[in-house]
Structure formats: structure tokens, C-alpha cells
Write a protein that binds this ligand. Structure first.
Ligand SMILES: Cc1cc2nc3c(=O)[nH]c(=O)nc-3n(C[C@H](O)[C@H](O)[C@H](O)COP(=O)(O)OP(=O)(O)OC[C@H]3O[C@@H](n4cnc5c(N)ncnc54)[C@H](O)[C@@H]3O)c2cc1C
Length: 515
């Protein structure tokens, strides 16, 4: 029998949000936790890009569902508010279609309804309120049986939500696409486009995602926060918390193999040859890394491969320090393309960066309408467009980058925004770079796309086919995004603890017989 210490030892591959969440939940329960991370810092996709002295958040920038981390810290006897300072935003996002047409959405729903009334008329404002009520309902129906569950399950959904829940859900037509459902609420095509964009938060096209993804609108309505010190401060706080609870984090070390012994996970081997024995292993890398064989043959069949055509969105990003003028940027600003359907046909149909992309900008020195620019008027920006997940089969060379840059900045200029971007103060990240950072993904940033009504039920849950081997991260259930990855990390810890308890129960009679 494995000795007691090894029985309670867990290795976590990756210090992304989910890996760190699992580490906190397990270390708080007294397990011996080691996190192995390839990069020099925690966070994974919560990435900072350095330009001179500036540190630009170049991964997630919209922080929501803070309760996920409040619950995590509380479960470990700590207070999230002591570790991470949050500032609520009043303006959730500023949206532009050209240099005259703009609409702000606010944290205050009534204020948003007024703004929509001024923008598109009173009838549209009324339908917006119905849309908010319905997206709230979808969220409430799905929170417990889906978001908080350790694995996706349709029967589980039916049991937990009860017949009433299912009837409510049917009214929202879960089998139709988000785009069709939005057409019932909004007659103004600009509003349909604005709310359809929420599908991209899950790496998906609104033309193929199910209507249930409308719940993202409710999540934002519940609050969007800025993290003092940038999003990376969250990653550092999670890593500090895990370490305080006794976990060890080994940076700049890479796992090349997951060991299996007697049919169950038995630890990992690092590229430097070190072996760490353990009774349980949690993989926080993208799920695709397992079937691609990046962790060795013994665990290759532990998870199903994601076919390239099922991958979610990748992105092209520009992290830069520059002067801007002509447009009053808010913290989060969106500049829409003129043909939304074409944008997604370009990406998912033709496998190309859109000929005219929708552009998102995070103005990192801005809070609502207040700007705290540096001397000389420069500011830190992340510019992002969606891109196809083809980073493993297409080179993004200087010419291709120049072409996409030209198209992207042309959209901004059409909306009145000029960015004085200097090459020495700009760093571009392409799908090819994302594929290098997150191997076996093609640069897809959100696991498999949520296309089709059942796609959300096809993400793998925490348990795998190999006992003792668990999955956690944005490519697993319940889905991508910082808080959702946190929920998956918690689900992996819960499953692992339940399995250890069950094993202890199973061993009990044998142990008492032996004495
Ligand atoms: C550009 C961009 C914008 C985004 N915007 C938002 C947003 O605004 N709001 C939001 O909520 N979400 C957003 N997301 C999504 C969100 O960032 C992710 O869903 C979430 O951070 C994923 O966390 P994760 O736990 O899956 O781990 P990941 O971040 O994927 O980290 C996995 C870690 O595993 C490590 N690893 C992999 N293989 C090995 C190995 N063999 N050995 C050791 N270590 C290994 C990697 O180095 C990495 O650190 C965005 C993502 C990107 C990229």
C-alpha cells in the first residue's frame, strides 16, 4: 500500500486560475500540494506584457463573478477582500458603430434602459428589460445544477431544476441559436450585435451558440470590477494564498510525462528528469494536451481529442503604450464591424482573421470616464480582435501581421479613434504565439466552441478515465473565463477529495482486519 504521505500528495500541472484554485482548496484541507508551472510567474492566460516600465494586462481584462473567489478564500479561512482590491465600474462598456453612433451600458440596469431608449426608442428599451429578466432567469436556473456541478449532466439539470425549471428554460428556447433568440428581443440590428458579442466570451459565434449563453449578459449586469494592480494581481494573490496554506509552486519547470502505476495516476516526470510521486494529478493545461500525447502515452486516452473544427476562438492582440485622440475611451470599449455574420464566416468558415473585425480595447488607465494618463498623455492599451484557431498550421509573419493591423486600426479610425502606435512600444500576439504558449490548441483560448445546444454538455468534467487523474481549466466544465476556470478548479478539488474519502472508506475494513 502507498505510504500515507504519498496518498495525500497531489501534483497540479499549471498555475493558471484553475490550478491555483485547486491548490488552495486542497492545501486548505491539509493535502500535500505541489504545483508545477512552465512559466516564470503564475496566471497562465492572465498574462502581463512589459513595454518599458509599463506592465500591460494582455489576457483577461473583464473581471466578474467575484463570489467564486470570495467563497474560495472563505473556505480556506481567509478574506478575499484583504488580498485583492476591487473597484466596481459604472460604465460596463462603451460601444461604437461609427464616429457618431455610440451606446454605453451601465452597471445600473435602469440607466442602461434609459440609454437604450435614447439610442433606439422606448419599445426597444422595454424589450431590453425583458431580455435582462430572461437572462437572469437562465442564470438562476443553471447556476446550481450546471455552473456549480463537478460535471455537466442533462439529467442532473432536470432533477435539480425540477419540472418548473425545465419549463422556464424551454420558454427561452435553448435549442435555438443565441442570434435567433436575440432577434425576438431586439429589432435594432445594432443591439442584436451588441448582445450577440457575449457569445465570444465563451470563444463562440453568436450564430452557432445556444440561446442559453444569454446568461453572460446577466453575469456582467451583476458587476464588472477593476483589480487594483491589474488582473495579474489576482494571479499573484491566488499563488500567495496557496503558498501560505502550505502548497509548493515550482516555476520554470515543465511536466513532460504523467506516470501511471497499477492503472492509476502516480505522479509526474519533469523535463529536467525530476520525478514527483503522488496519488493524484490535476492537469490545468488545455485538455487537448492529453490526447495530443504531450503528457505521454499512458494518459493519452484519458480525454477525448478536440477536432480542429470544434475549437473556440483565438485572438490577435496589440499590447501598447500610446497617445490616443478623437474618441472618449472608457475602460472597456468595443468598435463594431459592419457585417457581423461575415466576421464569423471569415473566422469559423474560411479560417481567416475577419476582413473587417470588431475591435475591443481595454484602456488600462481609465475608470468609467476618468483617465489617469501618464505625463506626455500616453496610456496603456490592450487592443484585441477575434481570430481563427489556426496557430498550429498558419504562420503569422510580418506581412500578415501588418495586414491585420491595418484592417483593425481602420475600424478604429472609422469610429473616430486615432492611436499613435509606435512599433517600439507595441507587442503583437498572434494565434501562432498563443499556440506556443498553450500547446495543442491551435491558439484556441476557450477549449471547444459552444456551438450547438449540447456543446456545453460535451466539455469534460473533472474526472478522467484514469483514476487519480483530474482536469481543471477553461477547456473543461463549466467553461472558459476567469471565474469559470475557478469553478472548474474547485470541482477538481471536490472530486479528488470525494474519491480519497471513498478510497479511505474502502480500505477501512481491510485495515481493521489486519490489526
Ligand atoms: C486574450 C484573452 C482575453 C481574455 N479575456 C477574458 C476576460 O476579459 N474575462 C475573463 O473572465 N476571461 C477572459 N479570458 C479567458 C481566461 O483568461 C481563461 O479562461 C482563464 O484564465 C483560463 O485559466 P485556466 O485555469 O484554464 O489556465 P490557463 O490560463 O490556461 O493556464 C494553464 C497553465 O498551465 C501551464 N502549463 C501547461 N502545460 C504545462 C506543462 N507541461 N508543465 C507545466 N505547466 C504547464 C501553462 O504555462 C499555464 O500557466 C481571456 C483569455 C485571453 C487569452
Amino acid at each position: 500500500m502507498r505510504d500515507l504521505a504519498a496518498r495525500n500528495r497531489v501534483v497540479i500541472v499549471g498555475a493558471g486560475v484553475a490550478g491555483l484554485t485547486s491548490a488552495i482548496a486542497l492545501a486548505a484541507r491539509g493535502l500535500d500540494v505541489t504545483v508545477v508551472e512552465r512559466a516564470a510567474a503564475p496566471g497562465g492566460k492572465i498574462r502581463e506584457v512589459g513595454i518599458g516600465a509599463a506592465r500591460i494586462d494582455s489576457g483577461p481584462t473583464v473581471f466578474t463573478m467575484r463570489w467564486v473567489f470570495e467563497e474560495l478564500f472563505a473556505g480556506a479561512g481567509l478574506n478575499f477582500a484583504d488580498a485583492v482590491k476591487l473597484l466596481p465600474l459604472s460604465v460596463l462598456a462603451r460601444h461604437a458603430w461609427d464616429d457618431k453612433t455610440r451606446l454605453d451600458l451601465f452597471a445600473d440596469e435602469a440607466r442602461s434602459a434609459d440609454a437604450i431608449g435614447d439610442f433606439a426608442g422606448a419599445a426597444e428599451a422595454k424589450r431590453y428589460q425583458q431580455f435582462c429578466a430572461d437572462s437572469r432567469k437562465i442564470y438562476q436556473i443553471l447556476e446550481k445544477p450546471f455552473l456549480r456541478a463537478t460535471a455537466p449532466s442533462l439529467p442532473g439539470l432536470a432533477t435539480a431544476g425540477g419540472i418548473g425549471g425545465l419549463i422556464e428554460l424551454r420558454k427561452i428556447r435553448p435549442f435555438t441559436t443565441m442570434w435567433n433568440a436575440l432577434g425576438d428581443y431586439f429589432k435594432d440590428p445594432r443591439l442584436r450585435q451588441l448582445f450577440g458579442r457575449y457569445a465570444t466570451y465563451c470563444g463562440s459565434s453568436p450564430f452557432q451558440a445556444p440561446a442559453t449563453l444569454m446568461l453572460v449578459a446577466h453575469v456582467e449586469q451583476q458587476g464588472v470590477w477593476i483589480i487594483e494592480g491589474g488582473m495579474h494581481a489576482l494571479a499573484r494573490a491566488l499563488a500567495d494564498c496557496a503558498t501560505r496554506l502550505g502548497a509548493t509552486i515550482r516555476y520554470e519547470q515543465e511536466v513532460r510525462e504523467i506516470m501511471v502505476s497499477g492503472g492509476r495516476a502516480a505522479g509526474v516526470i519533469l523535463t529536467n528528469g525530476d520525478r514527483i510521486e503522488a496519488s493524484s494529478v490535476i492537469v490545468n493545461a488545455d485538455v487537448g494536451a492529453l490526447p495530443a500525447g504531450l503528457f505521454g502515452g499512458a494518459v493519452q486516452r484519458a480525454a477525448a481529442p478536440i477536432a480542429p473544427k470544434l475549437r473556440s476562438l483565438s485572438a490577435m492582440t496589440w499590447s501598447l503604450v500610446a497617445k490616443t485622440d478623437g474618441f472618449p475611451l472608457s475602460r472597456h470599449s468595443v468598435f463594431f464591424s459592419r457585417d457581423y455574420a461575415r466576421e464569423f464566416t471569415d473566422i469559423f468558415g474560411r479560417g481567416e482573421v475577419p476582413s473587417e473585425p470588431t475591435v475591443y480595447i481595454c484602456g488600462q488607465d481609465r475608470i468609467d470616464d476618468e483617465a489617469r494618463l501618464r505625463d506626455g498623455g500616453e496610456e496603456e492599451l490592450l487592443v484585441l480582435v477575434n481570430a481563427p484557431p489556426i496557430g498550429d498550421r498558419k504562420r503569422f509573419d510580418a506581412d500578415e501581421i501588418a495586414r491585420v493591423t491595418q484592417r483593425t486600426f481602420a475600424v478604429l479610425e472609422r469610429c473616430g479613434l486615432r492611436i499613435d502606435a509606435r512599433p517600439d512600444q507595441t507587442q503583437v500576439t498572434t494565434p501562432e504565439d498563443f499556440n506556443r504558449l498553450f500547446p495543442a490548441t491551435g491558439g484556441a483560448l476557450y477549449g471547444r466552441a459552444s456551438h450547438g445546444w449540447s456543446a456545453s454538455f460535451e466539455r469534460p468534467g473533472a474526472r478522467t478515465k484514469v483514476p487519480g487523474l483530474y482536469l481543471a481549466g477553461g477547456s473543461t466544465h463549466p467553461g472558459p473565463g476567469v471565474p469559470m476556470a475557478g469553478l472548474s478548479g474547485r470541482a477538481a478539488a471536490t472530486s479528488l477529495l470525494a474519491d480519497l474519502d471513498a478510497e479511505a472508506q474502502r480500505l477501512k475494513p481491510a485495515a481493521s482486519k489486519a490489526t
